[in-house]
Ligand binder design. Structure first.
Ligand code: HEC
Length: 120
């Protein structure tokens, strides 16, 4: 019993310290976008509706979907939903790639939005 509660306390501590880490747009999100998304999500003047991730402004404002980024709510942000299997529309991102994002990579997007989707 004692060991168990000590373990639970430890896990609680580990988990809360992990979620307390701040995700930075420029240091965490941008490198991931550059590696996995930008080749298909660059601003294209011929298709102004498409979702462009060239910079912070475009990432927050472009795309056809209203709930693309819901600051404070990663779970209900379409950007995160599109990274998980079987999104409601279209394909899981990155499309055409056998290598989907790892859980940690999805978490970078999700936590960044959970923390308010700031330009940090
Ligand atoms: C090989 C090209 C390609 C890559 C790489 C790619 N995408 Fe996409 N993305 C597309 C295409 C094509 C669509 C439109 C079709 C669809 O929604 O399935 C799309 C649609 C989307 C949408 C929905 C846009 C809207 O306005 O509804 C989101 C969000 C998205 N992608 C996010 C990402 C993210 C984040 C990454 C990187 C992890 C990524 N994509 C990587 C090609 C790509």
């Amino acid at each position: 019993m004692k060991i168990c509660s000590a373990f639970c306390l430890l896990m609680l501590f580990v988990c809360s310290s992990l979620s307390a880490q701040t995700v930075s747009f420029s240091k965490d999100v941008v490198p991931l976008v550059k590696a996995k998304c930008i080749k298909c999500h660059e601003k294209d003047d011929e298709n102004p509706n498409s979702f462009a991730m060239d910079n912070y402004e475009l990432t927050k404002t472009s795309g056809k979907t209203k709930n693309m980024i819901v600051p404070g709510d990663g779970t209900n942000s379409y950007l995160v939903i599109k990274l998980l299997p079987k999104p409601p529309k279209g394909a899981q991102m990155p499309i055409f790639s056998k290598k989907k994002l790892t859980e940690e990579e999805v978490d970078i997007f999700k936590t960044w939005i959970d923390q308010g989707a700031k330009d940090n």
